[in-house]
Design a protein around this ligand. Sequence first.
Ligand SMILES: [Zn+2]
Length: 262
Amino acid sequence: MDTAWDWAIRVLVSAPLGLVFGSFLTVAIHRLPRGESLISPRSRCPSCGIQIRSRDNVPVVSWIVLRGRCRACGARISPVYPLTELAVAGLFVAAALRFGDVWVAGMMAPFLGVMPAFALIDLRHRIIPNRLVYPSLVLFAAYLVVARLAGGGVDLARAGLGFLAFGGGLLLIALISPRGMGMGDVKLAGLIGFVLGSLGLRFVGVAAGSAILLGGVGGILALVAGAGRKQAIPFGPFLAAGALIAALFGAELASAYLRLVG
Ligand SMILES: [Zn+2]
C-alpha cells in the first residue's frame, strides 16, 4: 500500500477512537477516585445536576459549540475535559504512526492514552486507583496473548520480565522508604513494565530512567519552590511521563545511551 495512504488511514482511524477513549477517561478521572460507577448514571452538569444529552456529549465538538458552558444553567465547563480528549486523541495518532505493526499500534494507543488519566488522578487525589490498574493489567495481558497468537510483534516472556523488573524495583524502594513511594506507584510501574517489556526490555529501562530523572528534577524544583518535605510530591505523573517518553522515543534513546557508555 502507498505510504501516504497508509498514514492517512492510520490517522483517520486512530483520531476518532482516541477522542472516544479520551471522553471515557474524563469520566473515569472524575468518578474513579470517588468510588462511583463508570457506567451509570449518565453524566450530569456539576452545577445544576441536569443530565447531559448525547448531542451535548460529543468529545471536544460539544464543548466548542456550547462555548464551554452548560446548555441548561450556563455554568462554565472546565477546558480540562476537551483538552484531555484532544491529548488522548493525539497520543492515539502518535501510536498509530510510530508503530508499523498494527497489533503493536493497537496496544500502544490505549496504553499511551491511559497515562494522562493516571497522572491527573494522582496529581489531584494522590492515589493510583486499583480500579484502573487491575482492569488495565488484565486487558493488556489478554490482548498480548491474542496478539501473540495472531503473529503480532510482542513478546510474552519479556512482558513478564518487564513487570517483575519495574514493579519489583519500585517495590524494593517502597519497602526501604515507604514515605516516598506508595503501593499504587508499584502497581503502575508493574503495568508499564509489562506493556513496554512486550516490545523489548530496553523500553522498560528508558521508562524507569526517565521517571527517576524527571522525579528527581521535580523533587528539587518542589524543594526550591518551598514545598514542605512532608507533602511528598506524587510519583505517578513521572512514571506516566517516563512511559510516554520510552514508548515514543525509547529505541533512539536506548541506542544513544549505549553508544555513550560503550
Ligand atoms: Zn448546568
